[in-house]
Design a protein around this ligand. Structure first.
Ligand code: BGC
Length: 381
């Protein structure tokens, strides 16, 4: 890790993640963006024709629009098609709420629990309780380091960072010495560290050779998008207003960074990375403010988690083991976990249509007045 790396910043907890309204998040969650949303029961006993209830707890809404816009509807759809009742909840970044939701699901006898937790500590505790109750657990997207999940479904998270690093390096290739600011995810979230290590595989040699200059590499507690923006602004100010490129760990952080760049007349001139292919991120790309996003086919992730959950719920452990044919290693305990690992992809202005074609956002949602002409030029309709 370079000398410029600092983590976490001193003002941890000044802003609560729950208070953050990232640009576009509410709009996306509230306007029926869920192209694949299924109509499933949220609570209570499974209906007579259901094979039982599978519980899902997602971590937050404010750190990324993905959880409500993509994960929730795709999980509901996949679990329902597998014949189960889906009880998909969101802890809203509140560890206590996560714990309470899990206690309720365990007490009601869910057949399996799929969790993406706000932090590994609470995730691990939930896994222990589920294990005691004989309920199988699946880590979803985020690994609960030190935990005991039966299976893990995620993307190649190091590769996410490599794609971000590659995009930034390509955008700055003709600017020797270009000054880069890195705005990362939560320092205690395993994925955030994997994204960072992937970025550094690409960028560190360029920093060492002097091709690029690292101004600051900053992790942001709780993946708090708003804090990401204010932190970026402080770094920019203390660097005399100079920045040539920004690694933003996801689209939420990118949106916060772009707001600051706009204030300084720098948007569209400074390449910015992202992740999650959210509606807001894709629109930033169409406006020319964001260079790329990392598209993670959450539908496949949801389907893999639902498949594993239904196999273990029906007692087919051998089938589940075979399905989770890949392996992940827990960096904390060294435990090897049976996994399904999916490939992330870069999306830039020339491939935005891929996300539309695959049903994650509709052209009507994406092509608002200010980007309509760009949509037309790119054939997005
Ligand atoms: C997920 C990202 C997401 C971030 C913030 C990570 O664990 O992999 O897709 O942007 O959390 O919610």
């Amino acid at each position: 890790m370079s000398n410029a790396t600092m983590r976490p910043i001193g003002r941890v907890g000044v802003l609560r993640a729950a208070a953050v309204v990232a640009t576009g998040v509410l709009a996306l969650a509230g306007c029926g963006a869920n192209a694949a949303s299924g109509d499933t029961a949220q609570t209570g006993d499974a209906p007579a024709n259901s094979k039982g209830t599978i519980g899902v707890i997602l971590p937050e809404t404010a750190t990324s629009a993905r959880w409500e816009a993509f994960d929730k509807p795709f999980l509901e759809q996949a679990l329902t098609s597998a014949g189960y009742t889906a009880n998909v909840q969101n802890a809203q970044g509140d560890v206590q709420k996560f714990s309470t939701l899990a206690d309720g699901m365990i007490a009601s006898g869910v057949k399996a629990l799929i969790i993406a937790s706000p932090n590994a500590q609470v995730g691990t505790t939930v896994e222990q309780k589920a294990q005691q109750a004989g309920i199988p657990t699946i880590d979803y997207d985020r690994l609960n380091t030190g935990g005991s999940a039966d299976y893990y479904v995620t993307f190649d998270n190091v590769q996410v960072g490599v794609l971000q690093g590659n995009a930034l390096a390509a955008a700055l290739k003709d600017k020797p010495g270009a000054q880069v600011i890195q705005i990362e995810g939560a320092p205690d979230e395993n994925n955030a560290n994997l994204f960072h290590s992937g970025q550094m595989k690409v960028l560190d040699p360029l920093y060492k050779s002097g091709q690029l200059t690292l101004v600051r590499d900053q992790f942001i507690p709780d993946w708090n998008n708003q804090l990401g923006g204010t932190t970026f602004e402080q770094i920019l100010t203390s660097n005399g207003g100079r920045v040539d490129g920004v690694v933003a760990a996801n689209d939420g952080m990118a949106g916060a960074v772009i707001t600051v760049l706009q204030k300084n007349g720098l948007n569209g001139k400074v390449p910015v990375t992202g992740q999650d292919a959210t509606l807001a991120g894709l629109q930033s790309i169409l406006r020319g403010d964001q260079t790329m996003t990392v598209f993670k086919a959450v539908k496949l992730q949801a389907e893999a988690a639902a498949k594993l959950a239904s196999l273990v719920a029906s007692g087919d452990k051998a089938g589940a083991d075979a399905y989770a044919g890949q392996r992940s290693t827990d960096p904390k305990s060294g435990r090897v976990i049976k996994s399904v690992l999916l490939d992330p992809e870069t999306v830039d202005i020339n491939s935005v249509n891929k996300v539309v074609d695959q049903g994650y956002v509709t052209a009507a949602q994406l092509c608002t007045a200010d980007v309509a002409a760009t949509c037309q030029r790119l054939g997005i309709s």
